[in-house]
Design a protein around this ligand. Structure first.
Ligand SMILES: Cc1cc2nc3c(=O)[nH]c(=O)nc-3n(C[C@H](O)[C@H](O)[C@H](O)COP(=O)(O)O)c2cc1C
Length: 345
Protein backbone atom coordinates (compact mmCIF):
# COMPACT_ATOMS: atom_id res chain seq x y z
CA UNK A 1 0.00 0.00 0.00
CA UNK A 2 2.73 2.48 0.98
CA UNK A 3 4.49 1.73 -2.32
CA UNK A 4 1.31 2.69 -4.18
CA UNK A 5 1.21 6.00 -2.27
CA UNK A 6 4.88 6.51 -3.12
CA UNK A 7 4.20 5.95 -6.84
CA UNK A 8 1.14 8.22 -6.73
CA UNK A 9 3.05 11.04 -5.03
CA UNK A 10 5.94 10.76 -7.47
CA UNK A 11 3.51 11.03 -10.38
CA UNK A 12 1.84 14.02 -8.70
CA UNK A 13 5.21 15.68 -8.08
CA UNK A 14 6.38 15.13 -11.67
CA UNK A 15 3.06 15.99 -13.28
CA UNK A 16 1.82 18.88 -11.13
CA UNK A 17 4.00 20.16 -8.29
CA UNK A 18 7.26 20.37 -10.25
CA UNK A 19 5.50 22.27 -13.10
CA UNK A 20 3.81 24.94 -11.01
CA UNK A 21 5.72 28.11 -10.12
CA UNK A 22 7.65 27.38 -6.91
CA UNK A 23 5.62 29.75 -4.74
CA UNK A 24 2.33 28.18 -5.85
CA UNK A 25 3.71 24.64 -5.46
CA UNK A 26 4.93 25.35 -1.91
CA UNK A 27 1.55 26.90 -1.01
CA UNK A 28 -0.34 23.94 -2.45
CA UNK A 29 1.95 21.40 -0.75
CA UNK A 30 1.44 23.06 2.64
CA UNK A 31 -2.31 23.37 2.05
CA UNK A 32 -2.53 19.62 1.38
CA UNK A 33 -0.49 18.87 4.46
CA UNK A 34 -2.88 20.89 6.63
CA UNK A 35 -6.07 19.69 4.95
CA UNK A 36 -5.52 15.94 4.49
CA UNK A 37 -5.50 13.88 7.70
CA UNK A 38 -2.67 11.64 6.45
CA UNK A 39 -1.36 11.25 9.99
CA UNK A 40 -4.37 9.03 10.79
CA UNK A 41 -3.16 6.29 8.46
CA UNK A 42 -0.89 3.69 9.98
CA UNK A 43 0.66 2.81 6.60
CA UNK A 44 3.00 5.79 6.99
CA UNK A 45 4.53 4.45 10.23
CA UNK A 46 6.69 1.53 11.28
CA UNK A 47 6.39 1.08 15.02
CA UNK A 48 8.92 -1.74 15.39
CA UNK A 49 10.58 -1.10 18.77
CA UNK A 50 13.96 -2.20 17.37
CA UNK A 51 14.09 1.12 15.51
CA UNK A 52 14.18 3.24 18.68
CA UNK A 53 17.23 5.42 19.31
CA UNK A 54 18.23 7.78 22.10
CA UNK A 55 19.39 11.31 21.33
CA UNK A 56 20.68 13.36 24.23
CA UNK A 57 18.81 11.04 26.59
CA UNK A 58 15.49 11.47 24.74
CA UNK A 59 14.02 8.35 23.16
CA UNK A 60 12.96 8.67 19.53
CA UNK A 61 10.80 5.81 18.21
CA UNK A 62 13.07 5.69 15.17
CA UNK A 63 16.12 7.54 13.79
CA UNK A 64 14.36 9.65 11.09
CA UNK A 65 13.87 13.37 11.74
CA UNK A 66 11.95 15.92 9.69
CA UNK A 67 14.46 18.73 9.27
CA UNK A 68 13.76 22.36 10.12
CA UNK A 69 11.56 24.35 7.72
CA UNK A 70 7.88 24.34 8.86
CA UNK A 71 6.68 26.54 11.68
CA UNK A 72 2.91 26.08 11.38
CA UNK A 73 1.91 23.84 14.34
CA UNK A 74 -0.83 22.21 12.21
CA UNK A 75 1.84 20.97 9.80
CA UNK A 76 4.16 19.90 12.62
CA UNK A 77 1.28 17.94 14.13
CA UNK A 78 0.57 16.14 10.86
CA UNK A 79 4.29 15.43 10.32
CA UNK A 80 4.46 13.78 13.74
CA UNK A 81 2.14 11.06 12.41
CA UNK A 82 4.01 10.52 9.15
CA UNK A 83 6.61 8.07 10.34
CA UNK A 84 9.28 10.42 11.71
CA UNK A 85 10.97 9.66 15.03
CA UNK A 86 11.16 13.42 15.73
CA UNK A 87 10.10 16.61 14.02
CA UNK A 88 12.07 19.88 13.96
CA UNK A 89 10.33 23.26 13.99
CA UNK A 90 11.64 26.22 12.00
CA UNK A 91 14.42 28.32 13.51
CA UNK A 92 12.86 31.11 15.56
CA UNK A 93 14.34 34.54 16.27
CA UNK A 94 13.57 36.85 19.21
CA UNK A 95 11.63 39.37 17.09
CA UNK A 96 9.30 38.47 14.21
CA UNK A 97 10.96 38.49 10.79
CA UNK A 98 9.22 38.91 7.42
CA UNK A 99 11.97 36.91 5.66
CA UNK A 100 13.46 37.87 2.32
CA UNK A 101 11.10 38.96 -0.47
CA UNK A 102 9.97 36.61 -3.23
CA UNK A 103 11.36 34.90 -5.20
CA UNK A 104 12.94 33.15 -2.23
CA UNK A 105 12.67 29.52 -3.37
CA UNK A 106 13.60 27.94 -6.69
CA UNK A 107 13.95 24.35 -7.90
CA UNK A 108 17.18 23.11 -9.40
CA UNK A 109 17.90 19.95 -11.36
CA UNK A 110 21.31 18.76 -10.27
CA UNK A 111 23.22 15.78 -11.66
CA UNK A 112 22.24 13.91 -8.48
CA UNK A 113 18.50 14.70 -8.74
CA UNK A 114 15.96 17.41 -7.88
CA UNK A 115 16.98 20.00 -5.29
CA UNK A 116 15.95 23.41 -4.00
CA UNK A 117 17.68 26.73 -3.42
CA UNK A 118 16.10 29.02 -0.83
CA UNK A 119 16.78 32.42 0.62
CA UNK A 120 13.92 32.26 3.10
CA UNK A 121 15.75 34.55 5.55
CA UNK A 122 14.07 33.18 8.70
CA UNK A 123 10.51 34.21 8.04
CA UNK A 124 8.99 33.53 11.49
CA UNK A 125 6.50 35.03 13.95
CA UNK A 126 9.08 35.72 16.69
CA UNK A 127 9.50 34.17 20.11
CA UNK A 128 6.40 35.38 21.97
CA UNK A 129 3.94 34.48 19.23
CA UNK A 130 5.65 31.13 18.69
CA UNK A 131 5.46 30.22 22.36
CA UNK A 132 1.69 30.74 22.18
CA UNK A 133 1.46 28.72 18.96
CA UNK A 134 3.39 25.73 20.34
CA UNK A 135 1.54 25.65 23.66
CA UNK A 136 -1.27 23.42 22.36
CA UNK A 137 0.84 21.08 20.22
CA UNK A 138 0.76 17.48 21.48
CA UNK A 139 4.11 15.65 21.14
CA UNK A 140 3.19 12.41 19.45
CA UNK A 141 6.94 12.11 18.81
CA UNK A 142 9.65 14.39 20.23
CA UNK A 143 9.68 17.98 18.98
CA UNK A 144 13.00 19.70 18.32
CA UNK A 145 12.67 23.47 18.68
CA UNK A 146 15.26 25.58 16.90
CA UNK A 147 16.84 28.93 17.68
CA UNK A 148 18.66 31.46 15.50
CA UNK A 149 20.10 34.82 16.38
CA UNK A 150 22.65 37.48 15.78
CA UNK A 151 24.10 37.74 19.29
CA UNK A 152 24.77 35.49 22.25
CA UNK A 153 21.99 37.27 24.14
CA UNK A 154 19.45 36.63 21.41
CA UNK A 155 20.18 32.89 21.31
CA UNK A 156 20.01 32.70 25.10
CA UNK A 157 16.62 34.47 25.14
CA UNK A 158 15.19 32.31 22.37
CA UNK A 159 16.48 29.05 23.86
CA UNK A 160 15.24 29.96 27.34
CA UNK A 161 11.87 30.99 25.87
CA UNK A 162 11.40 27.90 23.69
CA UNK A 163 12.85 25.12 25.80
CA UNK A 164 9.62 24.33 27.65
CA UNK A 165 7.95 23.53 24.32
CA UNK A 166 10.61 21.20 22.87
CA UNK A 167 12.16 17.89 23.87
CA UNK A 168 15.47 18.93 22.35
CA UNK A 169 16.76 22.34 21.25
CA UNK A 170 18.73 22.97 18.05
CA UNK A 171 21.08 25.93 17.62
CA UNK A 172 21.13 27.05 14.03
CA UNK A 173 24.52 28.67 13.43
CA UNK A 174 24.66 27.73 9.77
CA UNK A 175 21.81 28.99 7.55
CA UNK A 176 23.54 30.84 4.71
CA UNK A 177 20.75 33.36 4.15
CA UNK A 178 21.55 35.87 6.84
CA UNK A 179 25.14 36.96 7.20
CA UNK A 180 25.25 37.00 10.98
CA UNK A 181 23.93 33.48 11.54
CA UNK A 182 26.15 32.04 8.82
CA UNK A 183 29.28 33.73 10.14
CA UNK A 184 29.28 32.09 13.58
CA UNK A 185 31.37 29.33 12.04
CA UNK A 186 34.01 31.83 11.04
CA UNK A 187 34.33 33.15 14.63
CA UNK A 188 35.03 30.02 16.71
CA UNK A 189 36.09 31.93 19.85
CA UNK A 190 32.75 33.75 19.93
CA UNK A 191 30.92 30.56 19.06
CA UNK A 192 32.43 28.96 22.15
CA UNK A 193 31.05 31.82 24.30
CA UNK A 194 27.70 31.24 22.64
CA UNK A 195 27.75 27.51 23.39
CA UNK A 196 28.66 28.06 27.03
CA UNK A 197 26.00 30.73 27.56
CA UNK A 198 23.29 28.67 25.89
CA UNK A 199 24.30 25.52 27.75
CA UNK A 200 23.78 27.43 31.02
CA UNK A 201 20.33 28.63 29.92
CA UNK A 202 18.62 25.25 29.51
CA UNK A 203 18.68 21.71 30.84
CA UNK A 204 17.27 20.33 27.60
CA UNK A 205 19.62 18.40 25.27
CA UNK A 206 21.21 20.78 22.76
CA UNK A 207 22.10 20.18 19.13
CA UNK A 208 24.46 22.39 17.12
CA UNK A 209 23.58 22.55 13.43
CA UNK A 210 26.67 23.18 11.33
CA UNK A 211 27.35 24.22 7.75
CA UNK A 212 28.83 22.04 5.00
CA UNK A 213 30.61 25.20 3.80
CA UNK A 214 32.90 25.72 6.80
CA UNK A 215 34.09 22.21 7.27
CA UNK A 216 37.62 22.76 8.53
CA UNK A 217 36.46 25.20 11.21
CA UNK A 218 33.64 22.83 12.14
CA UNK A 219 35.95 19.89 12.69
CA UNK A 220 38.83 21.74 14.26
CA UNK A 221 37.11 24.38 16.37
CA UNK A 222 33.32 24.33 16.49
CA UNK A 223 32.66 20.73 17.43
CA UNK A 224 35.45 20.63 20.06
CA UNK A 225 34.11 23.94 21.49
CA UNK A 226 30.57 22.55 21.58
CA UNK A 227 31.69 19.36 23.29
CA UNK A 228 33.81 21.28 25.82
CA UNK A 229 30.70 23.33 26.63
CA UNK A 230 28.62 20.22 27.22
CA UNK A 231 26.83 20.07 23.85
CA UNK A 232 27.24 16.58 22.46
CA UNK A 233 24.94 16.42 19.44
CA UNK A 234 25.87 17.80 16.02
CA UNK A 235 23.53 18.09 13.06
CA UNK A 236 25.56 18.06 9.86
CA UNK A 237 24.21 19.94 8.32
CA UNK A 238 22.50 22.87 6.78
CA UNK A 239 22.21 23.99 3.14
CA UNK A 240 25.27 24.97 1.07
CA UNK A 241 25.59 28.59 -0.05
CA UNK A 242 25.39 29.07 -3.83
CA UNK A 243 24.94 32.03 -6.18
CA UNK A 244 21.45 32.01 -7.76
CA UNK A 245 20.39 34.95 -9.93
CA UNK A 246 16.70 33.87 -9.89
CA UNK A 247 16.44 34.61 -6.15
CA UNK A 248 15.74 38.06 -4.67
CA UNK A 249 19.07 37.88 -2.78
CA UNK A 250 20.96 36.52 -5.82
CA UNK A 251 22.25 33.71 -3.58
CA UNK A 252 20.73 31.07 -1.33
CA UNK A 253 21.10 27.68 0.33
CA UNK A 254 21.22 24.57 -1.86
CA UNK A 255 19.45 21.50 -0.48
CA UNK A 256 18.76 18.05 -1.85
CA UNK A 257 20.78 15.14 -3.28
CA UNK A 258 23.74 17.25 -4.47
CA UNK A 259 24.67 17.54 -0.77
CA UNK A 260 24.66 13.84 0.01
CA UNK A 261 28.27 12.90 -0.84
CA UNK A 262 29.57 15.65 1.47
CA UNK A 263 27.08 14.70 4.21
CA UNK A 264 28.33 11.13 4.17
CA UNK A 265 31.97 12.23 4.22
CA UNK A 266 31.35 14.66 7.10
CA UNK A 267 29.51 12.09 9.20
CA UNK A 268 32.37 9.61 8.78
CA UNK A 269 34.99 12.23 9.65
CA UNK A 270 33.17 13.35 12.79
CA UNK A 271 32.66 9.77 13.93
CA UNK A 272 36.34 8.92 13.37
CA UNK A 273 37.59 12.05 15.06
CA UNK A 274 35.25 12.33 18.06
CA UNK A 275 34.20 8.74 18.70
CA UNK A 276 31.24 7.67 20.78
CA UNK A 277 31.12 10.86 22.89
CA UNK A 278 29.46 12.74 20.02
CA UNK A 279 26.01 12.02 18.65
CA UNK A 280 25.59 12.84 14.96
CA UNK A 281 22.51 13.69 12.93
CA UNK A 282 23.20 13.23 9.21
CA UNK A 283 21.35 15.85 7.16
CA UNK A 284 21.74 17.00 3.57
CA UNK A 285 20.52 15.12 0.52
CA UNK A 286 18.86 12.12 2.12
CA UNK A 287 16.02 11.39 -0.31
CA UNK A 288 16.15 7.60 -0.70
CA UNK A 289 16.01 4.77 1.85
CA UNK A 290 19.48 3.55 0.83
CA UNK A 291 21.00 6.96 1.62
CA UNK A 292 19.68 6.90 5.18
CA UNK A 293 21.13 3.41 5.58
CA UNK A 294 24.50 4.59 4.24
CA UNK A 295 24.51 7.55 6.65
CA UNK A 296 23.77 5.26 9.61
CA UNK A 297 26.50 2.90 8.44
CA UNK A 298 28.93 5.84 8.27
CA UNK A 299 28.32 6.52 11.95
CA UNK A 300 25.19 8.69 12.20
CA UNK A 301 22.87 8.18 15.17
CA UNK A 302 19.92 9.65 13.28
CA UNK A 303 19.10 11.03 9.81
CA UNK A 304 17.18 14.22 8.99
CA UNK A 305 15.76 15.43 5.70
CA UNK A 306 13.56 18.16 4.31
CA UNK A 307 13.92 18.28 0.50
CA UNK A 308 13.20 14.53 0.30
CA UNK A 309 9.89 15.20 2.05
CA UNK A 310 8.98 17.62 -0.77
CA UNK A 311 10.27 15.58 -3.71
CA UNK A 312 9.42 12.06 -2.45
CA UNK A 313 6.43 12.81 -0.24
CA UNK A 314 5.02 11.23 2.88
CA UNK A 315 5.82 7.59 2.02
CA UNK A 316 9.60 8.08 2.16
CA UNK A 317 9.85 7.75 5.95
CA UNK A 318 8.02 4.41 6.07
CA UNK A 319 9.98 3.01 3.11
CA UNK A 320 13.22 4.09 4.78
CA UNK A 321 12.32 2.55 8.13
CA UNK A 322 11.44 -0.73 6.41
CA UNK A 323 14.82 -0.72 4.66
CA UNK A 324 16.71 0.06 7.88
CA UNK A 325 15.11 -2.97 9.49
CA UNK A 326 15.71 -5.17 6.46
CA UNK A 327 19.42 -4.29 6.36
CA UNK A 328 20.12 -4.56 10.07
CA UNK A 329 22.52 -7.19 11.32
CA UNK A 330 20.59 -9.27 13.86
CA UNK A 331 23.75 -10.35 15.70
CA UNK A 332 24.62 -6.93 17.12
CA UNK A 333 21.36 -5.11 17.86
CA UNK A 334 20.37 -1.58 16.74
CA UNK A 335 22.16 0.60 15.66
CA UNK A 336 23.49 -2.40 13.90
CA UNK A 337 24.90 -0.71 10.92
CA UNK A 338 27.25 1.51 12.90
CA UNK A 339 30.94 0.95 12.81
CA UNK A 340 32.59 0.74 16.21
CA UNK A 341 33.90 4.29 16.61
CA UNK A 342 37.53 4.61 17.68
CA UNK A 343 38.24 6.50 20.92
CA UNK A 344 38.31 10.32 20.77
CA UNK A 345 41.67 11.67 19.61
C1 LIG B 1 12.81 26.43 2.31
C2 LIG B 1 13.78 25.94 3.36
C3 LIG B 1 13.75 26.51 4.62
C4 LIG B 1 14.66 26.09 5.60
N1 LIG B 1 14.63 26.66 6.84
C5 LIG B 1 15.49 26.26 7.79
C6 LIG B 1 15.49 26.82 9.10
O1 LIG B 1 14.66 27.66 9.45
N2 LIG B 1 16.42 26.39 10.00
C7 LIG B 1 17.35 25.44 9.68
O2 LIG B 1 18.16 25.07 10.52
N3 LIG B 1 17.36 24.87 8.45
C8 LIG B 1 16.48 25.25 7.52
N4 LIG B 1 16.51 24.67 6.28
C9 LIG B 1 17.54 23.64 5.99
C10 LIG B 1 17.00 22.20 6.17
O3 LIG B 1 16.51 22.01 7.48
C11 LIG B 1 18.10 21.17 5.88
O4 LIG B 1 19.14 21.30 6.82
C12 LIG B 1 18.70 21.33 4.48
O5 LIG B 1 17.69 21.61 3.55
C13 LIG B 1 19.49 20.09 4.03
O6 LIG B 1 18.70 18.93 4.07
P1 LIG B 1 17.89 18.36 2.79
O7 LIG B 1 18.87 18.23 1.67
O8 LIG B 1 17.31 17.07 3.25
O9 LIG B 1 16.82 19.38 2.48
C14 LIG B 1 15.60 25.06 5.30
C15 LIG B 1 15.61 24.47 4.03
C16 LIG B 1 14.71 24.89 3.06
C17 LIG B 1 14.74 24.22 1.70
Amino acid sequence: MVRAVDRLYRALYRGVLSRLPERAAAGLGQWWLRALPLDRFSIFRNTDPRLAVTLGGVTLPNPLILSSMYYDPRILRRAMGLGFGAVTAKSITRAPRPGHPHPNLVRIDTAEGPGLINCNGFKNPGLDAYRRALAGLPHRVPLIVAAAGESVEEYVDVVAGLEAFGDLVELNISSPNTRLVYEWSTRPAEAEKLFRAVRMSTRKPLIVKVSPDHWQATEESLVPAAMDSGINIVNCGNTRRVEEPRLSQKAGGLSGPALFAATLRHVGRLRDRFGAGLQIIACGGIDEPSKACQALAAGADACAYFTGFVTRGPALARLTLDEILATRKPSTGYPLIHRDPPARK
